[in-house]
Design a protein around this ligand. Structure first.
Ligand SMILES: Nc1ncnc2c1ncn2[C@@H]1O[C@H](COP(=O)(O)OP(=O)(O)OP(=O)(O)O)[C@@H](O)[C@H]1O
Ligand SMILES: [Mg+2]
Length: 238
């Protein structure tokens, strides 16, 4: 479903991510972990088209989308939630969800939202609250729900659990796994909480200094004392 080949990404002419490759099938989660500044966000931006691709290619569903602008990628079923993410603070939850529907064909109405709300029942009681009054976890769910009304097949999340309490973070990750199962989604999950991400993912990519230091089984990465300790600060697998 998603094939990233030898992708180099940067800002202007400055290359930050150097020749990274991975592939991902539907129904699977890839965890992208690594130290601050190692290029995790830049890699996602490159895949989505929000940063400069300086080399390599991105193939989605058999189509080369390397140079396709973000709105085309969205229409093909790719969803991307940036690290600093967009809910409209002064609008209510309902209004935010209505906005998310706006670019869909007219025939697709509020049923889409109702369908997504089945997976986020927590939001049902918050429909008239302004987004700025939501908790971090609720806001995150709203941001994900806004993307899900388009029924994407690939969901790329940049640190969805940042600033959430451990319990809320765990609940949000479980929610993402539910979405994967209900929609047979491919998920790329960039996470600061490496242990949590590696425990729920099917594949792992360790970014170090803009390069893929490791690509493979999350469990092996967790149990690799050198990689896990040096780059992820994990003392031992647990
Ligand atoms: N808009 C930008 N313009 C120029 N350089 C940038 C820009 N955004 C990020 N960088 C640089 O690119 C490098 C990689 O940053 P990136 O945000 O991809 O790292 P990251 O792994 O996501 O880090 P974190 O875990 O802190 O989110 C860093 O050196 C950063 O300073
Ligand atoms: Mg980042």
């Amino acid at each position: 479903m998603l094939l990233v080949e030898n992708l180099s990404v940067g800002y202007g002419k400055m290359e930050v991510v150097h020749g990274v490759s991975f592939s991902l099938s539907r129904g699977r989660v890839l965890a992208v972990v690594g130290p601050n500044g190692s290029g995790k966000s830049t890699l996602l931006k490159g895949v989505f088209g929000a940063a400069n691709v300086l080399g390599g290619r991105v193939v989605y569903d058999g189509v080369d989308v390397t140079r396709a602008p973000p709105h085309v990628k969205v229409s093909l079923g790719m969803a991307y939630l940036p690290q600093v993410r967009g809910v409209f603070e002064e609008l209510t939850v309902r209004e935010n969800l209505e906005l998310a529907l706006m670019s869909l064909p007219r025939s697709e109405g509020w049923e889409r939202v109702e369908e997504v709300l089945e997976l986020f029942p927590e939001l049902k009681g918050l429909m008239n609250r302004r987004a700025r009054t939501l908790s971090g976890g609720e806001r995150q769910m709203l941001a994900i729900a806004m993307n899900m009304v388009r029924r994407p097949r690939l969901l790329m999340l940049d640190e969805p659990t940042a600033a959430l309490a451990p319990k809320t973070a765990g609940a949000l990750i479980r929610k993402i796994l539910e979405l994967r199962d209900s929609y047979n989604l491919a998920v790329v999950l960039v996470e600061q909480n490496a242990r949590l991400a590696l425990k729920v993912s099917d594949e792992a990519l360790l970014m170090v200094s803009g390069e893929a230091k490791y690509l493979g089984s999350p469990e092996e990465l967790l149990n690799n004392p050198n990689l896990a300790r040096v780059y992820l600060g994990l003392s031992h697998a647990g």
